[in-house]
Design a protein around this ligand. Structure first.
Ligand SMILES: [Zn+2]
Length: 341
């Protein structure tokens, strides 16, 4: 057999082995066997010297072409075998890349805080400014300046949290009225959202810590009609266009006259049911015209101004809107309950 036949035969054998290799290891040994330093083709190239000079050139070209072809085959077979390995890895492991990912639960504000922000938005829309006051308040701002008499039960140790000489955890956000009026001349039109504290035993309608929003509007010629119009607009905004309101005489130390705002029952619409105790009305908040004694404490008494104030429990507003029977459910942190809203 002359060298030319030997070369053709070696090329064919190498080609078959490369193409039929079943793994990257098989392919590597086939490459070494045929194309390595001691490989068949390499040995043939070394034998070129034995060939007749006129054949040497043609044979050299033939062997180099064979080597190029085989190296190309090794590369393409390597790619094929790698692809097959990835595919079998994917099917071999129990990984389903088409499964949707696990849902990430994002947190959100508590329902009561959401309601507080919503109420503030309603009043800001009517020209009020939102301001805040401190939770530790002076006894003077919390009681005296708001015309709370010495005998008032909330001044008792058993009803409020006193924190050192002359200070109390505010029992309402109303003391911010005093701070605002002392810091600026009229007109004043503010709402004060925030947390308050009282020594109440928690039950279905009381907590030791709760949210309140106070409102105050003081200017020349502010009347009870302005108060009624503003709170009626608020009630319709929160509870719906059909909501009716009524103002019932009441008593608060810092307003005169004072009233409570009722809305038509959200369940029966006013006909009478268990929720409204057959009255057709639900109590929402307290309000009234600012007491002249309050103006004396802030230096407004000689200015001839009038004004109104109101205060509401945020949790109560939310409970009425969503039909929640127990205030404690808002803070029990039961996500099954809270995520309904
Ligand atoms: Zn009712």
């Amino acid at each position: 057999m002359d060298l030319r036949d030997e070369a053709r035969k070696a090329q064919q054998t190498a080609r078959d082995e490369i193409l039929s290799s079943k793994s990257l290891d098989d392919l590597k040994s086939a490459r070494t066997k045929h194309l390595g330093r001691k490989g068949v083709l390499t040995l043939l190239l070394r034998k070129l010297g034995q060939a007749a000079p006129d054949e040497r050139k043609e044979l050299g070209r033939l062997l180099n072409e064979a080597k190029d072809e085989l190296l190309g085959l090794v590369d393409s077979r390597t790619d094929e075998l790698k692809q097959a390995t990835y595919a079998s890895d994917l099917t071999g492991e129990s990984l389903d890349v088409t499964l949707p990912g696990r849902k990430f639960r994002t947190g959100r504000r508590n329902l009561a805080v959401e309601m507080m922000n919503k109420i503030v938005d309603v009043f800001v829309g009517m020209g009020f400014t939102s301001v805040e006051g401190p939770e530790i308040e002076t006894e003077y701002n919390n009681f005296d300046a708001l015309n709370f008499p010495a005998w008032h039960p909330s001044r008792d140790d058993h009803d409020s949290f006193y924190v050192g000489e002359g200070h109390v955890l505010r029992t309402h956000t109303s003391p911010a009225q005093i701070r605002v009026m002392k810091s600026q001349p009229p007109p004043v039109r503010v709402v004060v959202p925030g947390r308050c504290h009282r020594r109440d035993t928690p039950d279905a309608s009381h907590l030791m810590s709760f949210l309140q929003i106070e409102g105050l509007y003081v200017d020349h010629d502010v009347s009870m009609a302005d108060l009624k119009g503003t709170l009626a607009a608020f009630a319709r905004e929160i509870y719906g266009e059909e909501t009716k309101v009524r103002f019932r005489p009441h008593f608060f130390p810092f307003t005169e006259p004072s009233a409570e705002l009722d809305i038509s029952c959200l369940v029966c619409g006013g006909k009478g049911c268990r929720l409204c105790k057959q009255s057709g009305w639900l109590e929402v908040l307290g309000c009234g015209m600012v007491h002249p004694n309050v103006y004396k404490h802030v230096g407004y008494d000689s200015l001839g101004v009038t004004g109104y104030a109101f205060g509401m429990g945020v949790e109560r507003v939310a409970m009425l809107k969503y039909g929640i029977g127990d205030i404690r459910m808002l803070y029990d942190n039961d996500l099954r309950f809270l995520s309904q809203f």
